[in-house]
Structures are given as structure tokens and as C-alpha cells.
Design a binder for this molecule. Structure first.
Ligand code: FES
Length: 163
């Protein structure tokens, strides 16, 4: 493996090695390894996928096909704050559409877009599995905001927008 290009930090490499012990075959650890790569590098560029393929001794096509199948793997850079808006029925019935319009208007971007300053990106997603607290959005794949209203969603944006 060359010293050029993306490489896991020592900490992430240790996590990767620990992952391998949980699977009977190295290739079975591909999805969690891609998740580590996304966390480490922000998104899965081709050089990152090449690094994962080399690290795991897998064909690049195998890595790229898994990464491209699942929307949770990002194949382009996202904003510092990546906002995922649920578009499924329970959220829609409880006002997700108005929230989406308000957020898009506030940020000046639509689904799949990123603000010019790189601070925000937006993505419509399928059910976030929190229908009982609809409408819901998720920030950076980790943080849920539930029982939203337009006002609460815009407050959140202002909070994230402040330095
Ligand atoms: S429909 Fe929005 S979380 Fe399930």
C-alpha cells in the first residue's frame, strides 16, 4: 500500500482490526469498514474506496458496488451539517412538507444540494424509523430531531448556522 492518498488513522485502524475479529470472512466486514471510512474521510470518494479495497484485499468493483447500492454511504461531499428530512407518510401527514419548504427556503438549497459555504446539505430520505414522533429529521446520521414544527426546525437551522 502506498503512503499517498487516504489512510485510516491509528485509532480507526485499531477499530478496523477489531471489526475483523467479529466476522468469519474479511469481506463480511465491508459495510462497517465503509462506515468507518465515511466517518474518517467525510464521504466515500474513489480514492477512499480504493484504499478500502486495498486494505481489505477485495476487488474495487465489490467495494464500489456495495457503496453505490446503499444511500447511507455518501458518494459526494456533504455539508458540515447534513440534514436528512423524512418524506414518508406519517411525517408527511404531520407537516413534513411545510418543514421541508421552510428549511429549503432558509438555506436556499433543495434535495441533494449543498450550500455554497459548505455548511449545510439537504437530503430527502425514506422513513427514519421514528414515525411515532413524526415529523422527524436527522443531522449528520446521528442526531434525531422529533415532533418538529416549522418554527423548531428553523430554530435548529439557526443554531447550527451560528459559529
Ligand atoms: S415516516 Fe418519518 S420517521 Fe417514519
Amino acid at each position: 500500500m502506498t503512503t499517498e492518498g487516504p489512510r485510516f488513522s491509528e485509532g480507526t485502524l485499531a477499530e478496523y482490526r477489531a471489526l475483523l475479529t467479529r466476522y468469519p470472512q474479511r469481506r463480511a466486514a465491508l459495510m462497517p469498514t465503509l462506515w468507518l471510512a465515511q466517518r474518517e474521510f467525510g464521504w466515500l470518494s474513489l480514492p477512499v474506496m480504493e484504499y478500502v479495497a486495498t486494505l481489505m484485499e477485495l476487488p474495487l468493483a465489490w467495494v464500489t458496488s456495495v457503496a453505490s447500492f446503499y444511500t447511507m454511504y455518501w458518494k459526494e461531499p456533504k455539508g458540515r451539517w447534513h440534514i436528512q428530512l423524512c418524506r414518508n407518510l406519517p411525517c408527511a401527514l404531520r407537516g413534513a412538507g411545510a418543514i421541508q419548504v421552510a428549511v429549503e427556503r432558509r438555506l436556499g438549497i433543495g434535495d441533494g444540494e449543498r450550500t455554497a459555504d459548505g455548511r449545510f446539505s439537504l437530503e430527502e430520505v425514506e422513513c427514519l424509523a421514528s414515525c411515532g414522533t413524526a415529523p422527524v429529521l436527522q443531522v449528520n446520521n446521528t442526531e434525531y430531531h422529533e415532533n418538529l414544527t416549522v418554527a423548531r426546525a428553523l430554530e435548529l437551522i439557526e443554531r447550527l448556522a451560528s459559529p
